[in-house]
Design a protein around this ligand. Structure first.
Ligand SMILES: NC(=O)c1ccc[n+]([C@@H]2O[C@H](COP(=O)([O-])OP(=O)(O)OC[C@H]3O[C@@H](n4cnc5c(N)ncnc54)[C@H](OP(=O)(O)O)[C@@H]3O)[C@@H](O)[C@H]2O)c1
Length: 321
């Protein structure tokens, strides 16, 4: 079968199309014929070497896939044969025509949701749901969603608006700002313009932000600290789009009575996994809309990674074997 193999860490060119052996299902596993494979921002970090690859290289790349179950291993529920499912492979093996997965990692796609939309929704929808639950939002709170045109950011914007929050979003450029507004953001600030925290302060006109969903990190959070509600303000740090986590210390938080919740690591990913069925169900009910930027052939995996790194995608990029 055809698959995308990561040969070493580095630029997108380390993702190479190769013929590899078809996977066979072990005990408790299924094999899925992949129809839509989402290209995920965290995958670009693993490919580049910012985070360790969880298997010896070369290896088939890819975190998630959606498709139809075509083979069952011993001990698997026979009703799953032929089911349309999404899966999370646990770190590798998803950029391929056939994907082996643990039975426990697959979720049957609800009726009314296309396989492509299920693939595009699984990660951002479940991460956003976990973030909103952790933030314990109450109606009327003011929320800052950084990088609102990302997959996770667009889901966050929609979920916070649905819970009665006032969403102030950031996005890079006019098209992404339009998307944030379409998802219900009351105000959008261009984070490509230096000093955008000053624009936020102007917009707030003395008001404060109750919750910051921080996906940019680096030094971007420092100028925001004094516009976060003292004593009850919450920062949820879940991404490092700038290349580094938020550069703030305990004293910054303690002196203002703020909390920062780190939303990464094994326990956090368990919480995200628990939210996957709810995210797909919300998408099937049209309560959560994830845009699809493009569907590329599997062999264009390197080009898809470049698209994410150049920030030109407006929505999820999918690969189709
Ligand atoms: N903790 C978790 O469980 C978890 C899970 C998944 C993803 N994440 C994180 O969530 C974030 C979004 O991921 P995603 O897959 O939803 O992204 P995505 O849909 O691939 O969106 C990528 C977009 O991020 C924006 N961006 C890139 N570099 C940026 C920078 N330096 N500053 C500001 N914005 C930047 C660009 O939009 P603009 O043109 O608008 O700048 C780009 O188009 C990432 O930080 C990712 O690592 C966390």
């Amino acid at each position: 079968m055809q698959a995308i193999v990561m040969t070493e860490t580095g630029a997108p060119t380390v993702l190479v199309a190769r013929d590899v052996d078809e996977p066979r299902p072990g005990n408790g596993q299924v094999v899925i014929r992949a129809e839509a494979i989402p290209v995920l921002y965290p995958e670009t970090l693993v490919r580049a070497g910012a985070f360790p690859f969880p298997a010896p290289l070369p290896a088939v790349f890819g975190f998630q896939a959606a498709g139809t179950i075509v083979e069952l291993g011993a001990g698997v529920d026979p009703a799953l044969l032929g089911a349309r499912v999404v899966t999370d492979t646990g770190g590798f093996g998803a950029y391929a025509e056939l994907v082996a997965a643990e039975q426990g990692s697959v979720i049957v796609i609800p009726d009314g949701l296309t396989t492509e939309l299920a693939a595009a929704t699984q990660m951002p929808g479940s991460v956003a749901m976990a973030l909103v639950a952790t933030a314990a939002l109450t109606p009327g709170e003011t929320v800052l969603v950084e990088a609102s045109a990302t997959g996770v950011g667009s889901c966050l914007t929609q979920l916070c608006v649905a819970r009665g929050a006032r969403v102030i979003a950031t996005a890079g450029g006019a098209d992404k700002a339009r998307l944030a507004r379409a998802h219900g953001a009351a105000e959008v600030i261009d984070h490509a313009v230096p000093g955008w925290a000053d624009r936020l302060r102007e917009l707030l006109a003395g008001d404060t932000v109750d919750v910051v969903f921080d996906s940019i990190g680096g030094d971007s959070l420092t100028p925001l600290l004094d516009v976060i509600t003292p004593l009850s303000g919450r920062i949820l740090s879940y991404g490092w789009l700038s290349g580094a986590p938020a550069q703030i210390g305990a004293v910054d938080l303690i002196l203002r009575g703020l909390t920062l919740t780190g939303c990464a690591g094994t326990a956090w990913l368990g919480e995200v996994a628990r939210q996957r069925p709810a995210a797909l169900a919300a998408a099937a009910r049209s309560e959560l809309a994830v845009g699809i930027d493009s569907v590329l052939p599997l062999t264009d995996a390197a080009a898809a990674h470049r698209k994410l790194e150049e920030r030109t995608a407006l929505g999820t990029v999918l690969l189709r074997p």
